[in-house]
Design a protein around this ligand. Structure first.
Ligand code: GRF
Length: 200
């Protein structure tokens, strides 16, 4: 059974969606460990309630790579095959990325390469685009730059607020993150340059 390691810093709704799909047998793997750099992260509590192994690893005051070394050690201890960033509010060091080459996924609430960074639902609304969405991508050494695995599009409506738009996007995040995890765990993806293509 392939093992997932989840990294989160907050609410953890993407983690929960993945966990539910694992439970429902829709993802061919198991969640080996859920790690948070925030002790009070709601997602960590959810993971505990689900009976999953959890770890709180504080990041505050630590150098990026020192923190990452601790996280990588735990992921290796649990023999994790695929790392899922699920609202993990930290940039990974090259050390981390090289420890799991091509085996780290992230979910971003915009259609990359539009609107990288943070507060991106607000960025999309303020810019005036008519459609936005979400992206699951493989993490490389840039910020929000890695090869795209799945995307979903949502419309922006005239009466949208950041909250209503974020909720519409989140629903799609929950759907496509599990889809991307499944594709990677089933080894269905091959890379051609920046493009991820389905293996025949
Ligand atoms: C999501 O919008 C995700 O796209 C972004 O951070 C948010 C995390 O939400 N990276 P949650 O913690 O999964 O509920």
């Amino acid at each position: 059974m392939k093992k997932l390691g989840i990294l989160l810093s907050g609410r953890g709704s993407n983690f929960e969606a993945i966990a539910r799909n694992v439970q429902a047998g829709k993802i061919p793997g198991e969640i080996a460990v859920v790690i948070s750099n925030k002790e009070d992260a709601l997602g960590l509590q959810t993971a505990q309630k689900m009976g999953l192994a959890t770890r709180f690893i504080p990041s505050k005051g630590k150098e990026r790579e020192a923190f990452d070394r601790e996280v990588v050690a735990v992921l290796k201890e649990f023999q994790v095959d695929l790392v899922c960033l699920a609202g993990f509010m930290r940039i990974l060091s090259p050390y981390f990325i090289r420890a799991f080459p091509g085996r780290i996924l992230n979910i971003h609430p915009a259609l990359l390469p539009c609107f990288p960074g943070v507060e991106v639902q607000k960025q999309a609304l303020d810019y005036g685009v008519k459609f936005t969405g979400c992206t699951v991508h493989i993490v490389d050494e840039g910020v929000d730059t890695g090869p795209i695995v799945c995307q979903a599009v949502v419309p922006i409506l005239d009466d949208d607020t950041v909250e209503t738009l974020a909720a519409r996007i989140l629903k799609e995040e929950h759907r496509i993150y599990s889809e991307a995890v499944r594709l990677l765990l089933e080894d269905r993806i091959r890379l051609e340059g920046r493009r991820t293509l389905l293996k025949k």
